[in-house]
Design a protein around this ligand. Sequence first.
Ligand SMILES: *[C@@H]1O[C@H](CO)[C@@H](O)[C@H](O)[C@H]1NC(C)=O
Ligand SMILES: *[C@@H]1O[C@H](CO)[C@@H](O)[C@H](O)[C@H]1NC(C)=O
Ligand SMILES: *[C@@H]1O[C@H](CO)[C@@H](O)[C@H](O)[C@H]1NC(C)=O
Ligand SMILES: *[C@@H]1O[C@H](CO)[C@@H](O)[C@H](O)[C@H]1NC(C)=O
Ligand SMILES: *[C@@H]1O[C@H](CO)[C@@H](O)[C@H](O)[C@H]1NC(C)=O
Ligand SMILES: *[C@@H]1O[C@H](CO)[C@@H](O)[C@H](O)[C@H]1NC(C)=O
Length: 489
Amino acid sequence: MNSHCFLVIVIINIKTMRRFKTRIVFVLFICSIITVSMLFYFMLIFDDKKLANNIINTSRSVIVVGFSELRNENLTLCETYEKKVKLKLVQMLENEHNDDGDDDVNENYLENFVESLKSDSQRMDSSNSTALNLESKELKKIWSIAKKWVRARQIIPEKAPELSSIIEALQHSKIIKSDVSRKGTQLKLLLTLEGGQQALFKPRRYSRDYITDDIYAGADRHNGEIVAFHLSRILNQRYAPIVASRIINVAHEIKPVASPSLLATFVPQKTKLNKTLECFYGECYYCNEYELLCPDETTGTLEGAIILMLPSQYQLQKLRHPWQRTYKKNLKAQWEMDSHYCLSVLKSNSLRPRVLDFVDTAIFDYLIGNADRHHFEVFKDVSNSALLLIDNGKSFGDPSHDETTIIFPLLQCCVIRNQTYQHLRRFAFTINSSRFTLSAIIKQLLSNDQLWPLLTEHHLQALDRRLRMIMATIELCFETYQRNYVLKN
Ligand SMILES: *[C@@H]1O[C@H](CO)[C@@H](O)[C@H](O)[C@H]1NC(C)=O
Ligand SMILES: *[C@@H]1O[C@H](CO)[C@@H](O)[C@H](O)[C@H]1NC(C)=O
Ligand SMILES: *[C@@H]1O[C@H](CO)[C@@H](O)[C@H](O)[C@H]1NC(C)=O
Ligand SMILES: *[C@@H]1O[C@H](CO)[C@@H](O)[C@H](O)[C@H]1NC(C)=O
Ligand SMILES: *[C@@H]1O[C@H](CO)[C@@H](O)[C@H](O)[C@H]1NC(C)=O
Ligand SMILES: *[C@@H]1O[C@H](CO)[C@@H](O)[C@H](O)[C@H]1NC(C)=O
């Protein structure tokens, strides 16, 4: 652009040698105006394309929804948010029937959407194969389909008709090797299935209604892992690895094919009936010989979640989550106290493009009650990788508690993908008896599962309640900012 200006100057110079100084000052002035306005123009264009572009607006100093009003009540930031959101929800429920959505259109859309989810994940023909006797060759084909599905922003595609075969293969294919899995802090098994596919097995540790004393304490829940996978499909956040329920006979399916390191942790126990129970403790941070995992006394089986490993060519990168907890009772993280915290995230070049992903993930985690996403994982060296929903076991703990801190990215940034918003609202205010509440859809997708009930009724209702809280949060954002500011494309 500058060379262009220079050319103009030269041409004008040649034509008019007189009043040279005034002319050049004038031309320089015009050129600088053109340069500056072009610069602005390009900045606007590029900004439009960037995610979360116009979020940094320092004149918008109070980025938190209605914080100042409640400050003098000495509430914590979290309590303040919670109070605001609950008040908003009450208001929304009072005016429930002036929603602008077209109910019939919505009903039709949901009908098709749920049918498609169902037909993909459940085998429709009632062919009855409890023990899958698939050839290794056929299994290889099934596993390779799952591998080919993986992209920067999907683990399974929107239409996934082979999903039911993959789930069935995970549930019933022969285990050809079992090993310890040293990743993570908890006892898991690394299984190799017929056809060469690797999978993780997370065994059941708790009953469905067991509640730990803290939001992030305790062991993973296999049922949470299974439901979370299906919920990720419902929410169109198809970034969770494929998970299925599996019942494994330890003596027949694990011990005979165990690696030496796994075998070394077997400590057979005698039952009252003088039967041998094949208990083991595995290898992991919390694993030790005093905390044995024992199969069911009568059946000799373990129930758990079996998780398909992602293709090995996709390396994972683990990064610190900006809304990470301190994991200390008396120490609050900065984001828990600073109502402008989102600004600091937006100022970081590496985090800014992920803000909408943090919000999507926060919504998912709030619904399942996962307060433990201290790191997020993305595909390494893959541009525009989604935040993968890996490790969803710390979920469905306390159905009567909704952990507001999980939804802080939404509360503090007040931005959300328009697509996410439009999708969520379809499920949120359908009447309780509807077939299309989250709880009803989960039931439709999973009530035939061998481990159903995977969730108690109480947990199912919590899903619907939490979704309404999310909608109230978004509504609060609309109230504070323009809709066009909150909803991003
Ligand atoms: C920043 O926010 C203020 C107040 O909401 C608004 O008036 C102004 O237009 C915004 N500026 C930009 C550049 O978005
Ligand atoms: C809030 O805390 C301050 C100082 O800790 C105290 O003086 C004030 O009385 C408290 N206000 C209320 C409403 O509790
Ligand atoms: C499946 O097979 C089992 C035993 O072979 C039988 O008891 C059961 O009724 C069958 N179920 C269906 C739906 O055909
Ligand atoms: C349990 O089995 C062992 C050997 O298998 C036998 O020696 C023992 O007497 C049995 N005990 C009872 C209570 O049946
Ligand atoms: C739906 O269920 C929730 C929670 O169970 C309850 O608070 C609400 O009043 C119900 N709404 C309707 C329309 O029945
Ligand atoms: C959001 O999406 C809806 C439906 O596709 C569209 O009508 C609306 O204009 C969009 N809003 C924004 C702010 O992009």
